[in-house]
Every structure is written in structure tokens, then in C-alpha cells.
Design a protein around this ligand. Structure first.
Ligand code: MN
Ligand code: MN
Length: 299
């Protein structure tokens, strides 16, 4: 695998600076009782104002929801009192994506669990380097979490990142597993340990709701409205995830056409992920570039 060109690396670094700025700002802004939709829109707007594009809708996943919640149009949900809130932010410049997340804790009972997730991420960043296998990395992450008395989520992973592809190539499980796949210089990864309570099941299942979507394939469509909507989505988001909110803002949303595109499998939906035993989940995430010495944190 060739190392990245200076030009490409510069785009990753710029996307990383934007993501980091937006994350820091939102950490200082989010309060109990705020409307989730306002936070989503604030994050996405800040990304655009700083010269980036959202690589996916801002995810705001509360308590036992581990990932993939974004506000549907007109969402009235608020940040509950004494909750823990994961905010997951994606930025791309010209298709070069960074992905970063933080957990905001309004419940002192969960401080230590949240801290564990942060420490597990730091451990992973110190450990990852060219030549290490994904299984060695997973074991280190698992041990860091279990040493603090908590449990990793076994079926959510970090991931390699490709141009316009958030999950490309290799996965980075947060537990030990059998794999001989190795990390190479020049690759870009999102590392994201998800941590839950010691007595939890330690797995996520898909929930009923889905508010994040992406283009899957084109197809011959008879309905003019569906054709028009699919063309718009493919041109605007390519293979990156998007929200209905964005289509409404662009004045192109049509419920009937959208449902038709989902049924025709031209689009796919990402259901929310919920911890199976309904225990709460914390997550921190950074995107790193692998140089010859190890990880360079982009976010
Ligand atoms: Mn993420
Ligand atoms: Mn990720």
C-alpha cells in the first residue's frame, strides 16, 4: 500500500481540524433538556461553515442507544436529565473522511465507564502501528476495558476509511478475535472502543427506528419522482450516509418516492444500534493516519 500523497494527507488533516473544532465546541454546548435536532443541525452547520462537508448525519445516541441515531424531521426528543450522550461527527473534504466521537456524561454514576472508553481509545492509539495485527490490537483494547472493570461491545468495531467510504477494508474489533490481518503504513483508520457495564450482554442489536440512509444502487425506475430523487441523492452524497432532514432542506424530499426507493433497494437504511440488555454505552473515537512510527491523530 503506497503512503498517501502530500495533497491527500493535507485534505485529511484539514477535515480533522474541522471535526476536532466542532467536537470541542459541541462538548461545551450540549446540556440536559436541549432538543436533539438542534444539536444535530448545529454540528452539521458548523462543519459547513468551516469549509467541510458532513460525511454522515450527526449521530446523537443517548444511554442504551450505542450508535446511528440522528434526528428525523421535526424530532421533538430532548437530551434527558442524568443521561450519557454520544456525539459522533463525520467530516469530509473531497471524499477524504474523518470520523470522531465523544461521550458527554450528565450522570456521575457513569463517569468511570465513560473514562474507561476514553482510556481504551488512548491505549489503542498508542498500540496501533504498521505490522501489528487487528487481533493483537483488539486484545489490547479489551484488556484495557476489562482491567477497569467494564465490558467492550463485541460487535461494534473501528474501521479502515477509504475515499467516500466510511467503512472500507479492515475492521478493528474491540475484543480479541482470530485474524491475521495487519495494519499497514499509509492507511487511515477510525478507532472507536464502545464500553458498557460489566453485567451487560456486551452486544448491540438493531432497533426499530432508522433515520440514516445511503445510496445502494441505480435501477430502472418507472416513477419520475423516484428517478429524480435517486439521481439527486447519488450526485450529492455518492455512497455517504445522509438524513431525510437534508433532502427536505434541499426541497427534493417526497415521502412516496423515498419509500419506493427503499423498497426497491436503491437505498438502504441504518437502524439504530441498542445494547441488547439495555445497558448504557460510552464511546470515544478518533481517526488516525498510520505513518512508519504509528498513529498520527487527525481529529
Ligand atoms: Mn463515528
Ligand atoms: Mn466510525
Amino acid at each position: 500500500m503506497p503512503v498517501l500523497s502530500a495533497d491527500v494527507l493535507e485534505k485529511y488533516e484539514e477535515a480533522g481540524r474541522i471535526a476536532s473544532k466542532v467536537r470541542t465546541k459541541i462538548e461545551d454546548t450540549v446540556r440536559e433538556g436541549m432538543r436533539i435536532i438542534d444539536i444535530c443541525e448545529m454540528v452539521e452547520e458548523n462543519i459547513r461553515n468551516l469549509g467541510g462537508e458532513p460525511a454522515f448525519p450527526c449521530n446523537i445516541s443517548v444511554n442504551e442507544i450505542a450508535a446511528h441515531y440522528t434526528s428525523p424531521p421535526g424530532d421533538e426528543r430532548i437530551i434527558p436529565d442524568e443521561s450519557i450522550v454520544k456525539i459522533d461527527i463525520g467530516v469530509h473534504i473531497d471524499g477524504y473522511i474523518v470520523d470522531t466521537a465523544t461521550t458527554i456524561c450528565f450522570n456521575p454514576e457513569y463517569d468511570e465507564m465513560v473514562q474507561t472508553s476514553r482510556i481504551a481509545l488512548e491505549t489503542a492509539i498508542r498500540t496501533i502501528r504498521p505490522g501489528i495485527s487487528t487481533s493483537d490490537l483488539g486484545s489490547k483494547i479489551q484488556r484495557a476495558i476489562e482491567n477497569m472493570g467494564f465490558k467492550p461491545i463485541s460487535n461494534l468495531t473501528g474501521h479502515q476509511i477509504g475515499r467516500y467510504m466510511i467503512h472500507a477494508g479492515k475492521s478493528l474489533p474491540n475484543v480479541s478475535h482470530i485474524s491475521f490481518r495487519k495494519i499497514h503504513e499509509g492507511e487511515v483508520y477510525a478507532i472507536e472502543p464502545f464500553v458498557t457495564t460489566p453485567n451487560a450482554r456486551g452486544r448491540v442489536i438493531e432497533g426499530e427506528e432508522a433515520h440514516i440512509f445511503r445510496f445502494l444502487k441505480r435501477k430502472k425506475l418507472k416513477l419520475k419522482e423516484s428517478k429524480r430523487l435517486l439521481n439527486f441523492i447519488e450526485r450529492k452524497f455518492r455512497t455517504l450516509p445522509f438524513a431525510k432532514r437534508w433532502l427536505i432542506k434541499d426541497n427534493i424530499f417526497n415521502e412516496f418516492a423515498f419509500t419506493h426507493l427503499l423498497e426497491s433497494k436503491c437505498l438502504m437504511a441504518y437502524p439504530v444500534f441498542i445494547e441488547e440488555s439495555r445497558q448504557w454505552v460510552a464511546q470515544f473515537e478518533h481517526t488516525v493516519y498510520i505513518d512508519k512510527n504509528g498513529a498520527v491523530v487527525l481529529t
